[in-house]
Design a protein around this ligand. Structure first.
Ligand code: G3P
Ligand code: CA
Length: 276
């Protein structure tokens, strides 16, 4: 299936039926803001320890549209959620994620570093997150450093297929990575799941680079420091959407609203929609 055509049709539909589409960036209403996806980065990680059930549950309570998760793999092959490639910063342990067994990883306290009230939070598994949140909130799945985990794309695809979550209808699943080769593989394995490329590198914003991304990606997701209105327009003209990160202040969120991105990836979902 031609993903670009599908996305293009979606953009055209939105423009046709969005009553706010004629408004300029400076005239955004709260109603219009609802058109943008509110993505809780590592969960509502401004308020609870990142990549834990506490942070994801809070994001759901705050009515985020998506939770963003970072997927890596234990020494014995279990997919787990953690951002860094070591456990040092966000747990009471030390070492590389890939050198620790699932039992070792699961025994770590992933909450106390953030606040004593979160003591006992555990590293979630990828599969338990799929089961817990499917149908409740979208899931933006980042393959973190997939070059360290050969075959992780297939493992992720398998978990989604087993649950029938590889079909677009109502599942709100997106897969993204800074590793573009990994995203090409994921696109082959999961042709109906939207794919995103992550970058903070301006070299990836040339017309040539964007054109190449659009052959397999549905989302171009840059850090907000390199976002311009022109870049948003270029990305849209290629049939891709844009989600930008990581908005950690109201000013950053407001900037991204004005730029017209499609999703705001934030530690503070309440900054994106204060009513939530
Ligand atoms: O979703 C975008 C963002 O998560 C990419 O950066 O380092 O927070 O994984 P990072
Ligand atoms: Ca991430």
């Amino acid at each position: 299936m031609n993903k670009k055509l599908l996305v293009g049709a979606g953009v055209a539909f939105t423009l046709l039926f969005n009553p706010f589409s004629q408004a300029s960036a400076g005239e955004l209403s709260v109603g219009e803001r609802k058109q943008m996806d509110n993505v809780a980065h590592r969960g509502a990680s401004g308020y609870a320890p990142e990549n834990t059930i506490a942070a994801f549950d809070l994001a759901v309570d705050m009515k985020a549209d998506y939770i963003e998760i970072d997927v890596q793999r234990s020494k014995d092959g279990e997919l787990v959620l953690i951002h860094d490639t070591t456990v040092n910063r966000t747990t009471n342990g030390t070492g590389n994620v890939r050198d620790l067994t699932f039992e070792q990883l699961r025994s770590l306290d992933a909450g106390s570093w953030f606040g004593e009230e979160f003591a006992g939070e555990r590293l979630p598994t990828f599969e338990e997150i799929l089961d817990r949140y499917r149908g409740k909130v979208g899931i933006l799945i980042e393959l973190k450093a997939p070059e360290l985990y050969p075959g992780i794309e297939k493992q992720v695809a398998q978990a989604l297929k087993e649950r029938n979550m590889d079909k677009p209808k109502n599942n709100k699943i997106i897969i993204q990575s800074f590793n573009f080769e990994s995203m090409k593989i994921s696109n082959e394995l999961l042709p109906r799941v939207p794919i995103g490329v992550l970058t903070s590198n301006r070299a990836h914003t040339t017309a040539e680079a964007l054109e190449e991304f659009s052959t397999y990606a549905d989302w171009f997701n840059p850090s907000y420091g390199i976002v311009t209105e022109e870049l948003v327009n270029q990305v849209h003209s290629l049939g891709m959407k844009m989600g930008s990160w990581t908005a950690r202040s109201q000013e950053a969120v407001d900037f991204l609203f004005e730029m017209g991105v499609d999703a705001i990836i934030t530690d503070y979902p309440d900054y994106v929609d204060p009513r939530k």
